[in-house]
Design a protein around this ligand. Structure first.
Ligand SMILES: Cc1cc2nc3c(=O)[nH]c(=O)nc-3n(C[C@H](O)[C@H](O)[C@H](O)COP(=O)(O)OP(=O)(O)OC[C@H]3O[C@@H](n4cnc5c(N)ncnc54)[C@H](O)[C@@H]3O)c2cc1C
Length: 433
């Protein structure tokens, strides 16, 4: 399966001895777990927190260290629902690490700044050097500042992205929407592929429409897109018509939808052939790339995303390093929290087997992307995927997966919204419960 053979018993004993020496000065919790090897995880979001929990449960003899700078994690999923006014602040979508720590995960509250895959260490900005036997990297995305002319971090104060909660909470957008007069124009610039959460911009437009319908019914939504199509497009377009009339207008790339420049001072955006649009609230979702630590450590090979062996999620650039979540390139799987969690399971299964001498099960990957389109109105797309024999690509399993039906009763749409809520509760409970 992977390019490594499982460890022999004598190698495992040697590794266990090395691990015991390496953690001699470590906190008691770390000393207690370290017998079969050291798994270090960079990033405590969907991929990293899932990997930490899975590793503690499946490989209790492996010492698990999670490097994450924040004291708590606010999810992107369900952030859009705050825009609709379904709750009033980010507390329902914010989680602490205390339960993971209680499960025996050693949390290092710091930022990883260097991965030395030859010495098998991670250096943090606080000056710690942490040794690993296997490393899982799940740092998510960075935004590409100035890929849209004029759109840098300063401009994002006037024209929020709200695509990375640690950088800008979704309240940056809700505050502006609340202050906007009825009859105003909300503009969204949707990014080119690949990006975090393919249906996310369109769920967000839906949630803005839900809010406008209740609070500012004369307002309009203009989506300027860098693409000619988007995830679940026919379902979104039909639902928008049904629920919001002509409130939402979507402009594709080939109809001059691609935003190329912004001017925060005049609150205008400019599209490819020089057309300018003025908005009262503007949400720019810029092009994206793997987070800095993945790029700086050579895992992306100078490109935007980390190349991986699709059978294991082990990096093609660094042995014993696994890159999961949004930071890797694993098409046709989307960059989703569901996939980050699912591929965390795979990386842990392979890394854990390598450290303890077992054999990982056959690889099969899943995704479901739910979207809320309105009150009690949900839609979804499901994909089931397999790596190919040499780990160079991922294929959709034949005759699997699917998308919500074009025609469905209100009960079915309401049911999908309920399933979405159940998914969110269960995945966050797995990560942080
Ligand atoms: C609006 C929106 C809605 C979405 N809705 C859904 C949905 O309904 N369903 C779904 O499946 N997905 C959804 N997603 C996508 C989902 O949020 C991402 O795919 C998922 O978070 C990716 O997980 P990750 O582990 O790669 O990154 P993240 O979850 O972002 O976690 C990365 C973590 O790494 C940490 N980190 C970064 N750099 C370092 C470093 N150098 N050292 C240490 N730690 C570091 C960060 O602090 C962060 O905690 C949505 C996204 C958006 C923007």
């Amino acid at each position: 399966m992977t390019k490594h053979t499982p460890f022999s018993v004598s190698r495992r004993r040697a590794l266990a001895g090395a691990a015991a020496i390496a953690v001699a000065g470590a906190p008691a919790i770390l000393r207690a777990q370290a017998t079969a090897g050291r798994l270090v995880i960079v990033g405590g979001g969907f991929g990293g927190a899932s990997a930490a929990r899975a590793a503690r449960e499946r490989f209790p003899a492996v010492a698990v260290t999670l490097i994450e700078p924040a004291a708590s994690f606010t999810t992107c999923p369900y952030g859009n629902l705050l825009i609709a006014g379904r709750y009033s602040d980010t507390s329902p979508i914010t989680f602490g690490y205390d339960k993971l720590i209680a499960r025996g995960v050693a949390k290092v509250t710091d930022t990883a700044v260097e991965i030395d895959s030859a010495k098998k260490t991670v250096r943090t900005s606080g000056g710690q050097t942490i040794a690993y036997d296997r490393l899982i990297v799940s740092p998510g995305i960075d935004l590409k500042w100035n890929a849209i002319k004029g759109y840098d971090e300063a401009a994002s104060a006037a024209m929020p992205h709200c695509w990375k909660p640690s950088l800008q909470p979704v309240t940056a957008l809700t505050d502006k929407l609340k202050a906007m007069p009825d009859g105003g124009v909300f503009i969204m610039s949707a990014p080119p592929n690949p990006f975090r959460c393919p249906p996310g911009p369109y769920e967000r437009a839906s949630m803005v429409a839900e809010y406008f319908k209740k609070a500012k019914p004369k307002s309009k939504i203009l989506i300027l897109d860098s693409k000619d199509g988007f995830s679940k497009q026919p379902l979104f377009l039909a639902a928008w018509k049904q629920l919001y009339g002509d409130m939402i207008e979507w402009v594709s790339s080939n109809n001059e939808g691609r935003v190329v420049a912004v001017d925060p001072a005049s609150m205008t955006v400019e599209t490819e052939f020089g057309k300018k649009h003025k908005g009262d609230v503007i949400n720019i979702i810029p092009p994206q790339q793997a987070a800095k630590i993945a790029r700086d450590s050579g895992l992306t090979g100078g490109g935007d995303w980390a190349a991986i062996d699709t059978r294991s999620f082990e990096s093609k650039a660094a042995r014993d390093v696994f890159v999961i979540g949004d930071a890797n390139a694993a098409p046709p799987m989307p960059k989703s929290g569901f996939v980050a969690n699912n591929t965390a399971m795979r990386a842990v299964a392979v890394a854990g087997a390598q450290m303890t001498g077992g054999t990982p099960p056959k690889a099969l990957y899943f995704n479901t992307c739910y979207s809320h389109v309105g009150d009690n109105y949900g839609i979804s797309v499901v994909g089931i995927y397999r790596p190919n024999a040499d780990g160079s690509k991922i294929d959709e399993a034949p005759n699997s997966g699917g998308i919500s039906a074009r025609e469905a009763t209100a009960d079915i749409r309401a049911g999908e919204a309920t399933y979405a809520d159940g998914w969110y509760r269960s995945i966050t409970d797995y990560m942080f419960g």
